[in-house]
Write a new protein. Structure first.
Lengths: 549, 680
């Protein structure tokens, strides 16, 4: 080791600081609430030649930690194909196949130079409100090709040697149904890169480029070492689990997500070979997204693992070509969240088999993206777009959290009063869903019941959910949680979607209702070990209504 | 309090110590004291503190109190047995929160609401988002539910209805019904407390208020009785989270406003002390045993935030001084992870068992241990009633947990702990200033708390701040702030209209009503003020944005769309450097603020009280700076005269804090008794 440990620790703090400041800058100046409030964005610093993550902000969306490395690698290829990057360049794109996640996530990637040599990359990603396609907000459960989901932008130069290209800015505005938001968010991302460049310049001035470069490789090596020591603490063996997505939004057939996790000394193999091949509907994910999902699950379990590429060094992730987890153009990917959550569920399940003390039951496993589009007046259209919550899994220390957010995200839900003030709807119920947590020594957290009444003359409803067929499983003997249950009350009659919790274009009239009962979390441990006082408390507080559910 | 000179006592009851500052306005004499807090029976520590500084309590004209009793009751879930009555379909709002989780990484943990589900009752009623009454409240159901709550042993009750901010009729009727049958005054109406949109935040704030009413009520009543028995007949005031004070009567009705009382007083004191010394851009750094609290003072004004979480899911929405906290205090534990990286915190030894050198059962090294090992702290004269600090225990802890894993000797290991800790604090300062859009280099630091001044030079070097100003009594700054804080109340109302749709007359009427309510509140307080001022602000944004800017309204008699838009443009340009003219602006809410200015102490008088010209005999000790042990002068800070100056290394000691001036830095005592630290 050439760097002293103190400099290394300080350098690590400074790098994390820079990316945290970049996050804060975008959150503060973004126009759309998905970035400003739900923090569906991320910033990072990446290796000059490989694009591997060196540091990533702590406040951004967890799933970007990892997937952005693919985005930077794509930029590196694009730059090299056109004579290499120059100082002052910035690339922009939303390609979800190599860039990760889905079309709404706009990536800006900028080279950083020291004395004329490429030193590293800075990048910013944020979820734009709309990028064209056939459904506002781009959550189309019936899509069978990318073009139906939105406009795909390959890597283009947004800024060329310091000159911002107005033609590209205009393109970004013009593909959106809400060009003002697109423009405002783009400016916010440029602000973040500007600040990141200034802070990184100071860092290099303070420490010298050589020391910073040594720090990069040393931090990556340390992260790998830390991960190896965590893996070595797990018993050798292969742990296997199958779970399922309800369907692909087109054909009502279960889709298998299966993992064989092998611990061998200080190395880990995550073998997804038994997972389904790619499907027609939008629940495919790209390879970089799948890797990010594994990484996020590991980071939820091993809390001290830093956000850099070294953590994945001792891990061999096997995904066959053509898999559900290896989507290539033009496979639709808008529902990537559901598949990420399923990958994380099998990660938690297999890790719990390896060591019951470190893992937890599955969370509710679906984001239930609900879009209500006012259809009464074509000149006065409105779209209410919201994600809903559910229970988290029981853990070695306690019951699961009631009504939490999905493990891939840190987004919160808007208040009822804000939704009602903004859209012609009334919530007639917003409560916990009793009996929805999986049983166990530590019960899964409860899902929720939401009832929404339409106050406008007419509206079309779209919903993208999952877990209607197979409830979130428990671990270490814990039970599965209740399944997702979405119904529409139309003219007094109850309609259950054919595809469970996926539906498009359900027509509601004034007074019709949507009733959503979301899954809880899977249980942890055997229910026989649950204490009498916990059982009594569950009944007294109405979390559980049946003595032996 | 009166305008005539008297004795004012500021008293801050913290987790470990109760700090007292006595100011005699006639003689300008300042006296400070620190006594151990008495957890669970805060009143006895409080009275011991008062009697430490005055023989005759009847000579005191005002006692101003910053308290963490409310915060502690919340954190330890020791509030009253409370019930809630709410709209049908919404009993679980408190428990469902805003669908968040305790931390970004890691999915474990639970949320225990302060009101159990079997004391959360629904009644038929509904108000629409537009204020229309969809269903009138069923008052017989309200009465029945209230009776059931009483039967269940509830001593406090909260009423919170959906959309009550748009029309409070249903909720007011229900609250009136509950109050007629409730046996005490502990009934909180959410909309009375906070007439703002967002049901979770409003309900959470109101539920916490009800939960605290009996606790704070009993506590303050006990204090008042005891003070009365000692002959006290002056004003008894409580510091609020917004940095203003209120009467103890008001505090009993609105206890939730005391949630961050103590830290807020510290920031108020810092703003005053820095302002008096001519500095108006200040970042305060309060380092205690477990945390490092940072606040920004820009152009002389503290920054107010709309809400905070006392703990996960326990949101208090009431204007308060914005203070950011990271877990890096004197008790933060240093460790080396399996990857070989040195970390400070987040684990803390707190004040009990405390650092290894306290010898109370913790053997892991803390930041304080590193200071002791390097000679920066005087182990023979520790603060806080300990006999002396155990140097050997500190050395053992540093060696075992930091030195050996990193192959460093004791001194290098301790220096590494300090460098990493300082770097974390610097990061917190940078982040706070960036989030507020400030450039740290335009600010000075004001470190206080027992440990803040030990890190001052490292922070200056790391962040590039222009200077640091260490107040005369850095260890009792919150108590000092209590003696100078103004009276302040805020009232927020939801507007939710675009500027184009705004009726100037309606808005003016709203603001006038708010002003009337605020003036009545302050005149009820039975205090004498130098002046009372009311101001109004709007929270505005462009349609589509969710973060707002604060728009001051200069002339509320002449409000119309044009004047509001002009004021918004001015405020937005000041914040972001441009306006977005093609996008509509809207008013989210209106805030009215009343400030009753309390008579100000002569702040610089406290500097005159020092002995001038006498310099204590030069004591020296070996202190480790920049990789070497250096014979370093150790001076008694309060003995140093105005105009004294020296270059580091030098250690300044006083009873409540230690200041380390490192080589490459210069210290000087200014006209106000502050130590000014700059790079040489």
């Amino acid at each position: 080791m050439t760097l002293d440990p103190v400099t290394l620790a300080v350098l690590q703090g400074r790098l994390e600081q820079i990316v945290d400041e970049m996050d804060a800058t975008l959150f503060r100046s973004a126009f759309n609430p998905i970035i400003a409030e739900a923090h569906d964005a991320s910033h990072g610093i990446y290796d000059a030649t490989t694009g591997a993550t060196v540091a990533q902000g702590s406040a951004g969306l967890p799933v970007f930690v990892g997937s952005m490395a693919g985005a930077v690698a794509l930029t590196i290829d694009a730059a090299n194909a056109s004579g290499g990057p120059s100082e002052g360049d910035i690339w922009i794109f939303n390609d979800p196949y190599r860039g990760g996640t889905h079309l709404n996530d706009m990536k800006l990637v900028q080279p950083f130079f020291v004395d004329g040599d490429l030193f590293c990359w800075l990048a910013s990603v944020g979820h734009y409100t709309d990028v064209g396609g056939s459904v506002p907000g781009n959550y189309n459960p019936a899509a069978v090709e990318s073009a139906q989901e939105g406009v795909l932008i390959p890597p283009m130069k947004l800024r060329d040697r310091g000159v911002l290209r107005d033609d590209v800015v205009n393109l970004i505005r013009s593909i959106s149904r809400v060009p003002v938001n697109a423009y405002g968010d783009l400016q916010g991302q440029l602000n973040s890169l500007h600040l990141g460049t200034a802070r990184f310049t100071t860092l290099v001035d303070d420490f010298g480029a050589t020391t910073v470069a040594e720090g990069f490789s040393e931090l990556t090596a340390r992260a790998a070492e830390l991960m190896r020591s965590r893996i070595a603490g797990l018993p050798d063996g292969t742990y296997s689990l199958d779970d399922h997505l309800d369907n692909d939004g087109n054909t009502d057939e279960l889709i298998q997500v299966a993992l064989d996790l092998t611990i061998d000394g200080d190395e880990m193999v995550l073998d997804f070979s038994r997972t389904s091949t790619a499907v027609a509907g939008p629940v495919n994910i790209s390879r970089s997204t799948a890797i990010a999902a594994c990484y996020v699950a590991l980071k939820h379990i091993f809390l001290d693992v830093p956000a850099n590429a070294g953590c994945l060094e001792p891990i061999d992730i096997r995904i066959p070509d053509g898999s559900l987890l290896d989507a290539t153009w033009p496979r639709p990917v808008a529902g990537y969240t559901e598949t990420i959550l399923r990958v994380m569920d099998v990660m938690f399940g297999t890790l719990a088999e390896a060591d019951p003390a470190i893992s937890n039951g599955s969370s509710y496993g679906t984001i239930n993206a609900l879009s209500i589009a006012g259809a009464a007046d074509p000149d006065n259209r409105w779209v209410m777009f919201t994600f809903y919550g559910g229970g988290l899994g029981g853990s070695p220390v306690s019951d699961g959290l009631n009504h939490g957010n999905a493990p891939l995200s840190t987004a919160t839900i808007p208040p009822v009063e804000v939704l009602e003030a903004s859209y012609p709807v009334r919530y007639t119920r917003w409560s916990l869903r009793p009996d929805s947590g999986g049983h166990g020594e530590h019960r899964g957290g409860l899902g929720a019941e939401y009832e929404i009444e339409l106050l406008d003359e007419a509206a079309d409803v779209f919903v993208f959910g999952d877990r209607a067929r197979v409830g979130p499983p428990g671990v270490v003997g814990g039970g599965a949680a209740a399944t997702n249950d979405i119904r529409f009350i139309v003219d007094g009659k109850e309609i259950v979607p054919d595809l469970g919790s996926k539906a498009i274009g359900v027509v509601l009239q004034r007074g019709d209702r949507i009733v959503m009962s979301t899954p809880g979390g899977g249980g942890y441990g055997n229910r026989a070990d649950r204490t009498d006082s916990d059982i009594e408390r569950d009944l007294r507080l109405g979390y559980v209504t049946k003595t032996e559910q | 309090m009166t305008n005539s000179a008297g004795i004012v006592i500021g008293i801050d009851v913290g987790g470990t110590f109760t700090d007292i500052v006595k100011v005699d306005e006639a003689t300008s004499e300042v006296q400070i004291a620190k006594v151990p807090s008495t957890r669970g029976d805060e009143a006895s520590g409080f009275l011991r503190g008062i009697t430490t500084v005055v023989d005759d309590v009847s000579s005191v004209s005002a006692i101003v109190h910053g308290t963490t009793v409310g915060t502690n009751a919340i954190l330890e879930r020791k509030g009253a047995v409370t019930g809630i009555i709410t709209t049908a379909g919404f009993r679980d709002v408190l428990e469902m929160r805003r669908r968040d989780r305790p931390s970004t990484w890691g999915l474990w943990g639970q949320f225990v609401p302060i009101i159990d589900r079997d004391r959360r009752f629904e009644v038929p009623e509904r108000t629409g988002a537009d204020g229309s009454i969809v269903e009138a409240v069923d008052l017989s159901a309200v009465r029945q539910r209230a009776a059931e709550l009483l039967d269940a042993g509830a001593t406090a009750c909260c009423v919170s209805f959906i959309n009550a901010h748009a029309n409070a009729d249903n909720e007011r009727a229900a609250v009136a019904a509950v109050r007629t049958m409730w046996p005490n005054a502990h009934v909180t109406s959410a909309v009375e407390l906070l007439s703002e949109i967002r049901e979770f935040e409003r309900t959470s704030t109101a539920a916490l208020n009800a939960y605290l009413q009996p606790v704070i009520g009993d506590y303050l009543e006990h204090l008042e009785l005891s003070l009365g028995e000692h002959g006290f007949n002056g004003s008894f005031l409580i510091v609020q989270s917004n940095g203003g004070v209120m009467t103890s009567t008001a505090a009993r009705a609105l206890p939730v406003r005391t949630a961050l009382s103590g830290p807020a007083a510290g920031v108020i004191a810092a703003a005053h002390l820095a302002g008096a010394a001519g500095h108006h851009n200040v970042i305060t750094c309060d380092m205690g045993g477990t945390s490092f609290d940072v606040a920004v003072i820009a152009n002389g004004a503290t920054v107010t935030s709309a809400q905070t979480s006392v703990d996960f899911g326990l949101v208090v929405r009431t204007p308060m001084i914005e203070i950011s906290t990271i877990g890096a205090g004197g008790g933060s534990i240093a460790s080396v992870d399996e990857g070989g990286i040195l970390r400070i915190g987040p684990e803390s030894a707190g004040s009990v068992p405390g650092p290894a050198c306290y010898g109370r059962g913790n053997d892991r090294p803390t930041v304080t241990d590193a200071h002791l090992v390097l000679g920066r702290l005087n182990g023979d004269v520790p603060i806080g009633g300990l006999e002396c600090l155990d140097q050997d225990a500190a050395v053992d802890a540093i060696d075992r947990y930091v030195g050996h894993p990193l192959d460093l000797d004791t001194d290098e290991a301790a220096a590494a702990v300090l460098r990493v800790a300082t770097s974390r604090m610097a990061g917190a300062i940078r982040l706070v200033s960036v989030q507020r859009g400030h450039d740290p280099s335009e600010f000075i630091a004001m470190p206080f708390g027992g440990a803040g001044a030990l890190h001052v030079c490292g922070l200056l070097a790391d962040i590039g701040l222009s200077a640091a100003l260490i107040p005369k009594y850095p260890g009792v700054i919150s108590a000092f702030g209590a003696t100078i804080a103004d009276t302040r109340h805020d009232l927020v109302q939801t507007v939710g209209q675009t500027v184009a749709a705004l009726s100037g007359d309606d808005l003016a009427a709203k603001l006038a009503a708010a002003e009337e309510e605020l003036r009545a509140f302050v005149s009820d307080a039975d205090l004498v003020f130098d002046g009372i001022a009311v101001r109004h602000e709007l929270d505005m944004s462009y349609v589509g944005q969710t973060h707002t800017v604060v728009v001051p309204l200069d002339d509320v008699d002449q409000i119309d769309s044009t004047s509001v838009l002009h004021a918004f443009d001015t405020a937005y340009r000041a914040t972001y450097g441009r306006t977005l003219d093609s996008i509509a602006a809207r008013v989210m809410s209106a805030r009215s603020i009343i400030v009753g200015r309390r008579p100000k102490l002569q702040l610089n008088s406290s500097a005159r009280e020092t002995h001038s010209g006498t310099r204590s005999a030069a004591v020296r000790r070996e202190v480790y700076f920049d990789g070497a042990w250096t014979s370093t002068p150790v001076l008694q800070r309060l003995d140093l005269p105005t105009g004294w100056t020296a270059e580091g290394p030098v250690i300044l000691e006083q009873s409540d804090a230690t200041i380390a001036i490192e080589p490459g830095f210069r210290a000087a005592i200014d006209d106000h008794g502050n130590v000014m630290v700059t790079t040489t």
